[in-house]
Write a protein that binds this ligand. Structure first.
Ligand SMILES: [Zn+2]
Length: 702
């Protein structure tokens, strides 16, 4: 794939242009039909509840680090909570996922938030529109942290009763709703959600309010069905703050207004499907840096970076490659998913980043290109396609981490790609699949769900081949964009495109642990004018079962290299190659496409078993339209002879069956199993006789 350098235009302003009030309202209403419907249904605009006097002020935890102790405690709390809910609640994949939540499909949320950093209190009304999928529904259950104090609930616009416990909010509906009917509820609440998911920080003497809800934190500050498997079609987020602050959010800013002197309300609208943990708002006296991305068809999209005032120079330089990165990923993965909205960054106080939809939250001291590329790539893998639950977080993090290397490859070349992958090479315990999703450390374990997962993507790229790999990513987008996916759904798309069976691949790399350790030895023998190479590969790992992988083999000679591909899956396998010149070296996986370790077991002392069993080459080769494959057997035995293409697909089973001792010629007429003429190109003939496997390369030139 070619990389086209694009020109970036950076414009620096401290405030964006004001949208005329009239236009703003028209635009807002035109773009939010669900909101109009809901307001109509409710009979009156949604009100903003006031702060009750009884809200306790929780002490602020240290927000500068992700507290390991807090995460561990939360994990235990979730697990314990799920167990305590026991008989009536089902814990099926998501912490505190309940059977009651399966009864409806959430469509739309309207968050009307008032953030008061002078007292650290959030006062809010959140509305949800949903459709009943059960036979009927009389009560809607949402996640909401017990620390939030609910003061009123409404359904269909009328006041209704609620119960709130175990971090679950159950709102009685105004009537019984039947399957297929839509309903709306509103929740007035307030509290101090400060913790790992929401912070009242300050920077240079001014408030810096942030959110970071992944994986289970949305429920800490707003009521919602907090499950990746049920994305809202869109969200509206109104945030009212002291007028010294600027609010960054998801989607497009439709305008601002002044609800009362000294306060400003920001109207953010995300009109693409979005998971609850990707809904975000940050507030600070930000400086706005603007830029433009030009889409693949020439559309223009704003880039908006909300940065702290004393980091404008660093941010301007650090975020300058963003447009080029979007272009690179758009060519590889399909157009940026939110092209009719924006992409951008908002500074927060964390040491890392968080891929909030269309507006990644970024630590303001970090501008590595790989860091910017990682959060950007999440807009495709994580935001547009979200892991169905956090068992499958590698579908987010593996692709984002691999995309760091892919950006380096496209901008700096293959060496940079390989160098980055080498940095991410993890040779340790732990599976990529997260078996225990109540364990935060397991979900966000850098070495397994990020680094090793990026190697899974890297290996898949080679196993499938470049064109099938990227074609599969396009099909994956088409099937699961705006939605969520599991490992098995991703696997099915890859299998559909490539024709490969990837069951063993996923089993060993996603669900299993460790990696293959290959013990290598080889010998060379002159055969007439040619040389035969006998290669022995022994899988020596004791901490995992046998791995099944195609392996590139490179035989180096003074007059050039010869390349082969072999399938390796047994504890000990022999391979025999015929090459035209005396071999200098035999390299296994020379380009580092497989997560493995290799040990050179040396040449001496190795004797190929049944060395007389061998493939002696093909005549003619290159050939058109047919060639004769010669093999030699010491004793009568069953022989398998299969033609594969470069991608490892079976093209033709020549099935010679039981052959007598001696030399035999087996004809391949250049046709595949269905009788069609095979295309010009490189093929491999693989012979199996007893424990011996031998491979020769064939070149068909039509
Ligand atoms: Zn990430």
């Amino acid at each position: 794939m070619m990389y086209n350098k694009m020109t970036s235009r950076l414009a620096l302003t401290s405030l964006w242009r004001e949208i005329p009030m009239g236009l703003r309202c028209v635009a807002c209403l035109r773009l939010c039909p669900v909101l109009i419907l809901m307001i109509t249904v409710c009979g009156a605009p949604l009100g903003l509840a006031r702060t009750p006097d009884t809200i306790p002020l929780a002490p602020l935890p240290d927000q500068s680090v992700w507290s390991e102790a807090y995460k561990a405690r939360q994990g235990a709390v979730y697990e314990a909570r799920a167990r305590s809910l026991g008989l009536q609640k089902a814990f099926a994949g998501d912490p505190a996922k309940t059977a009651a939540m399966d009864a409806y499909d959430a469509h739309f949320y309207f968050l009307d938030l008032d953030l008061d950093p002078s007292v650290n209190i959030l006062t809010a009304t959140v509305a949800m529109a949903a459709t009943v999928v059960a036979d009927s529904l009389t009560e809607a259950e949402l996640h909401l942290d017990n620390g939030m104090l609910v003061s009123a609930t409404r359904a269909g616009g009328v006041a209704v009763a609620w119960t709130h416990g175990f971090d679950l909010l159950d709102v009685t509906l105004d009537r019984t709703y039947l399957q297929g009917e839509s309903f709306t509820i509103e929740v007035d609440y307030a509290g101090n959600p400060a913790g790992d998911y929401f912070g009242w920080s300050s920077y240079n003497g001014a408030p810096l309010i942030w959110t970071l809800s992944e994986p289970y934190g949305a429920r800490e500050w707003w009521p919602c069905k907090d499950l990746n498997s049920d994305k809202a079609d869109s969200v509206a987020v109104d945030v009212t703050v002291p007028d010294s602050l600027v609010v960054a959010g998801n989607g497009l800013l439709m305008g601002t207004d002044t609800p009362e002197p000294g306060k400003t309300t920001y109207h953010w609208r995300e009109r693409h499907p979005i998971a609850t943990y990707l809904v975000s708002a940050t507030a600070h006296p930000y400086t706005l840096i603007e830029d433009t991305y030009t889409g693949l068809l020439g559309e223009t999209m704003p880039l908006q970076h909300y940065v702290v005032a004393d980091k404008v120079a660093e941010a301007t330089a650090g975020y300058a490659p963003t447009a080029d990165m979007i272009h690179t990923f758009a060519l590889a993965y399909g157009e940026y998913p939110f092209l009719d909205e924006k992409y951008g960054h908002a500074h927060f106080l964390w040491g890392g980043g968080m891929e909030h939809q269309t507006c990644s939250s970024m630590g303001f001291n970090y501008y590595n290109q790989t860091f910017v590329a990682h959060e950007l790539a999440h807009q495709w893998f994580g935001d547009n396609i979200t892991c169905a639950d956090f068992h499958h977080i590698w579908l987010n993090e593996g692709f984002a981490t691999w995309s760091e290397a892919y950006w380096l490859e496209q901008s700096q070349g293959e060496l940079a790609y390989k160098g980055r992958m080498n940095q991410q090479k993890y040779l340790g315990a732990g599976s990529v699949y997260v078996y225990d999703v109540s364990n935060f450390n397991g979900i966000f374990n850098y070495w397994t769900t990020y680094a090793k997962a990026s190697w899974v993507v890297h290996m898949l790229r080679h196993v499938m081949g470049e064109s099938d790999f990227f074609a599969a990513l396009a099909d994956y987008r088409a099937a699961y964009g705006d939605s969520s996916a599991t490992t098995e759904q991703f696997q099915a798309v890859c299998e559909q495109v490539s024709g490969l069976d990837l069951g063993q691949f996923m089993s060993q790399w996603i669900y299993g642990e460790y990696y293959p350790q290959y013990g290598i030895s080889w010998t060379k023998t002159p055969v007439g004018p040619n040389w035969r190479v006998d290669l022995r590969i022994k899988q020596t790992q004791t901490n995992a079962g046998l791995f099944s992988m195609p392996l590139d083999i490179r035989v180096t000679t003074p007059l050039g290299d010869e390349a082969f591909v072999v399938q390796n899956q047994d504890e000990v396998q022999w391979y025999h190659f015929m090459v035209a010149h005396e071999p200098e070296d035999v390299l296994v996986d020379p380009d580092a496409w497989v997560l493995c370790e290799q040990t050179d077991l040396g040449i001496s002392g190795v004797v190929a078993p049944a060395a007389e069993v061998s493939l002696l080459g093909a005549v003619p080769n290159p050939f058109n339209p047919r060639t004769s494959i010669r093999l030699s057997l010491p004793t009568a035995q069953e022989v398998g002879l299969v033609i594969y293409d470069l991608a490892g697909r079976r093209v033709r089973d020549l099935a010679p069956g039981l052959l007598s001792a001696g030399e035999h010629d087996v004809l391949w007429d250049g046709r595949d199993q269905t009788g069609r003429e095979a295309a010009s190109g490189t093929y491999f003939v693989r012979m199996t006789a007893g424990e011996t496997h031998a491979v020769n390369r064939l070149t068909l030139v039509r």
